[in-house]
Design a protein around this ligand. Structure first.
Ligand code: ADP
Ligand code: MG
Length: 325
């Protein structure tokens, strides 16, 4: 668990980058920090592993002040992925990944097995890639290695600062999808910085929206979609200059989710509510706040079930494709 208590950061030039932050990030949570450039995301992230010293307040890691940790111990137990991954150019992929496990004095076999496992989990064939140099990889592949390197020494926490934003849209989407799968598999606490609401909705368990060093809204994707706190939050869903409440002022219906295959084919005839494919998303949403899944009916026939994750994914897809919903 990471806890910020009244944390502020002033830079030497008097700039207040982070302003009295109070925040608790839970164990195993995928926590997204989002906001426009300069709002204090990177500063917030770097204070966690003490790459930046805080000016006021306290950050606790598992109940202990971060200032009381041995700095190496702290850094080794916190993986860090940057926008532009800095792999060492003269080292092979394998050597790059092994740096922290070697510092931790793991034995060779354990390190090798871990590298094989992790490369596989991000879709890089281990035997093909482990002996290559970074320059022999595409940008997307290098960024995957960056993720692997952050995970290699089994840290409890991973900090990711706009890790996919320098990639082309296709690599970016692919890496997002892999990250979605990986997060379920590894079950680590991940603090993820982005300025992209689509990415935040696709990945976050909770999303914290920042503005000028302060938190504007911090909640689940569902809650933010349903009740954006103000125009600033709505702005992240905006199209042109028109501010809209994202989900409920749209004409989308349940059938639009079905068209995008966002439902589960299941024989489950559990006693849940049932909606027709012509039902509005607003009604679907309110049903899903009461029940975990809802049956869908098309022309009087049961075709599958929908849950909140499907609905959030739909919104994320729409944001990506149309820039609006
Ligand atoms: P973000 O990651 O959200 O873009 P940052 O945390 O990098 O924002 O920056 C927050 C604010 O602090 C910005 O106004 C930025 O200009 C300022 N800032 C960041 N780093 C420094 C620094 N080393 N010295 C002075 N001001 C800084
Ligand atoms: Mg930044």
């Amino acid at each position: 668990m990471i806890k910020f208590e009244n944390v502020s950061k002033y830079y030497d030039n008097g700039n207040k980058a982070v302003d009295s932050l109070n925040l608790t990030i839970k164990e195993g949570e995928f926590f997204v920090l989002i906001g426009p450039s300069g709002c204090g995301k990177t500063t917030t992230l770097k204070m966690i592993n003490r790459l930046i010293d805080l000016s006021e307040g306290t950050i606790y890691l598992d109940g202990k002040k971060i200032s009381e940790y041995n700095i190496h111990e702290l850094r080794w137990n916190i993986g860090y992925v940057l926008q532009q991954i800095a792999l060492f150019p003269h080292m092979t992929i394998e050597e790059n990944i092994a740096i922290v496990p070697e510092l931790k004095k793991w034995d060779k076999k354990k390190i090798n097995n871990k590298i094989t496992d992790l490369l596989e989990s991000v879709g890089l064939e281990p035997e093909k890639y482990r002996h290559r140099k970074p320059s022999e990889l595409s940008g997307g592949e290098q960024q995957r290695v960056g993720v692997v390197r952050a995970l290699a020494a089994d840290p409890n926490i991973i900090l990711m600062d706009e890790p996919f934003s320098a990639l082309d849209p296709i690599s970016r989407k692919k890496l997002q999808q892999d990250m979605g799968k990986l997060k379920k598999k590894i079950n680590k606490t991940i603090v993820f910085v982005t300025h992209d609401m689509q990415e935040a909705l696709a990945l976050g368990d909770r999303i914290c929206i920042m503005q000028e060093g302060k938190i504007v809204q911090c909640d689940t994707p569902e809650a933010i979609i349903k009740n954006p706190k103000n125009d600033f939050v709505r702005n992240f869903f905006k199209s042109g200059n028109v501010y809209r409440t994202p989900l409920f002022e749209s004409d989308y219906r349940v059938k639009d989710l079905i068209e995008e295959h966002l439902y589960e084919n299941t024989d489950d005839k559990e006693d849940t509510n049932c909606v027709n494919t012509e039902e509005s998303l607003e009604n679907l949403f309110s049903l899903l706040t009461k029940e975990k899944s809802i049956k869908i009916e098309q022309n009087g026939r049961f075709i599958g079930t929908l849950n909140m994750e499907h609905l959030v994914k739909f919104v994320a897809n729409k944001l990506e494709k149309d820039g609006e919903i």
